[in-house]
Ligand binder design. Structure first.
Ligand SMILES: [Zn+2]
Length: 296
C-alpha cells in the first residue's frame, strides 16, 4: 500500500486504487492521531491502529464507503458534519437521507450497510460546520462545507501544508455523483467553484485520482462538463414522451446496465430524477398527466 506524506499528513491509498467500495484515507500523525474517512481497507487500517492509538475519526460525509472501517476504532472520538450527524446516530435516518426509506430496496440496503459496510449506530462527539478550525496539535484543519454530493459533504483544508482534501468531489472520469434524496446538482456545481478559490497546492480526492499537484481548474471544468453531457443525452432521449422507468433503463448516468441492479439502480434513478427536477424547474421539461416526461 502506498504511503505519501505531506508534513504530518499521510495519504493512504484505498484498495482497488481507491475505487468504490473503498476510498482513500488520510492519517494525521500529531499530538492527536486522526483518520479521515476510514474506508481504505481493513488490513491497512488495522495495521495502522496497532502502530498508533487512533484518537479521532473525521468523516467527510455519511456514505458507506467512507465509514466502513469506523468500527475498527470504537474508542476514537467521532467528528462529522452537523447537517448529517443524525445519519451516524441512526440507520433509519441514513436510509431516509439516501431516499431508500420505505422503498422496496430498504430491506436489502439495511443488510448491505450493516453486513458489508459494518454500519454501527454511534453518537458523534463533535458536529462541525463551514469555517470551523480543528486543531490536532501543530496541524490545523479548516472545514469547507461543500454540499451537493450529500447535504453535509465537507472538504478539509490544511493551510499549513497547503493540502485540500476534496472528498467525493473526486474529479474522476465518471463525473459528480448526486443520487441521494438530499443531493443537489446546483449545490454540487457551486461547491466545485468554491473549492477553486481555496489556495491549495496539493489536492487529495477520495477515489481513484488520489493526489493532484498544481492547478486543478481544467480538471474541474471537465468534471463539470459531465453534468451537461448527461443532461444533453437525457434531452435527446426526451424527443418522445418517456416514463421515469424508461429513462432509468437507458442508464444515461452509468452508461451501461450495472449489476447487481438493486445496488446501482437507486443511484441511476436518483440522479436522473435530479436532472428531471432541474429541467422541470427551468420549464425545459414538463410532466404529462400519464406521468411521461416531455420537452416543453
Ligand atoms: Zn459519497
Amino acid at each position: 500500500m502506498d504511503e505519501i506524506k505531506f508534513g504530518s499528513l499521510t495519504f493512504i491509498q484505498g484498495q482497488r486504487g481507491g475505487k468504490y467500495p473503498f476510498c482513500n484515507s488520510l492519517f494525521i500523525d500529531d499530538r492527536e492521531k486522526v483518520i479521515i474517512d476510514p474506508g481504505s481497507g481493513e488490513k491497512v487500517l488495522k495495521k495502522l491502529g496497532m502502530r498508533k492509538e487512533i484518537n479521532i475519526i473525521v468523516n467527510s460525509h455519511y456514505h458507506e464507503d467512507h465509514t466502513s472501517f469506523n468500527y475498527l476504532f470504537p474508542e476514537a472520538k467521532l467528528y462529522v458534519p452537523d447537517d448529517e450527524a443524525s445519519c451516524f446516530r441512526s440507520l433509519e435516518k441514513l436510509l431516509d437521507f439516501c431516499g431508500l426509506l420505505g422503498t422496496s430496496l430498504e430491506h436489502a440496503w439495511r443488510d448491505i450497510l450493516v453486513n458489508n459496510f459494518h454500519y454501527r449506530e454511534r453518537i458523534p462527539n463533535l458536529e462541525f460546520r463551514d469555517g470551523d478550525l480543528l486543531n490536532f496539535g501543530d496541524t490545523t484543519l479548516q472545514i469547507i462545507h461543500t454540499p451537493g454530493h450529500t447535504i453535509g459533504h465537507s472538504s478539509f483544508f490544511f493551510p499549513e501544508e497547503s493540502v485540500l482534501f476534496m472528498g467525493d468531489l473526486d474529479l474522476t472520469t465518471f463525473g459528480p455523483w448526486y443520487g441521494d434524496r438530499v443531493s443537489d446538482i446546483d449545490q454540487t456545481i457551486a461547491s466545485l467553484h468554491k473549492l477553486l478559490t481555496i489556495p491549495a497546492k496539493v489536492f487529495i480526492t477520495s477515489h481513484e485520482v488520489g493526489i493532484i499537484k498544481g492547478d486543478i481548474t481544467k480538471r474541474v471544468k471537465s468534471y463539470l462538463e459531465i453534468i451537461d453531457q448527461r443532461e444533453n443525452t437525457l434531452l435527446a432521449f426526451l424527443e418522445k414522451p418517456r416514463t421515469l422507468d424508461e429513462i432509468v433503463n437507458q442508464w444515461i448516468i452509468y452508461k451501461k446496465p450495472r449489476e447487481p441492479r438493486e445496488f446501482f439502480e437507486p443511484g441511476e434513478r436518483g440522479m436522473i430524477k435530479k436532472h428531471l427536477d432541474r429541467l422541470t424547474k427551468k420549464k425545459i421539461v414538463s410532466i404529462k398527466e400519464d406521468e411521461r416526461y416531455l420537452l416543453t
